[in-house]
Write a protein that binds this ligand. Sequence first.
Ligand code: NI
Length: 146
Amino acid sequence: MARKEHSKRERADLVRFGVSIEPELLERFDRALAEVRYSCRSEAIRDLIRERLAERRLAQERTEAIATLTLVYDHEHHHIAEELTRRQHDRHAEVVSTVHIHLDRHRCLEVLILRGRAGRIQKFADELIGVKGVKHGRLTITTAED
Ligand code: NI
């Protein structure tokens, strides 16, 4: 990733805001930045935001999409397994397949293959990622049309 410079004009247009973050997470983020040679945290965060917004734009389209959703969660968290299963049954037509792997004594990895309208897939993924106890969630979505 090439370093990006900002003109004075661009700087004047920037808005500053505070972010609360766990020290350990910030440390890992900084290590990742060093690997891809970002000039500063701000630029990396801006790129992450742009990337997510671009993904969401695709997802809002009414195209037929195919997607994988990766979830990591602690199965001992209050009723989480039942909650995730119930929500998947509610959307059974869109859940093509699931794989469940027990990562260690506590954590589970679940990968779902989803198919349907891009907007609906995105919304469903947001719901699952938003379930309390889900530690990590990532949707990779692409069009299923020619
Ligand atoms: Ni498990």
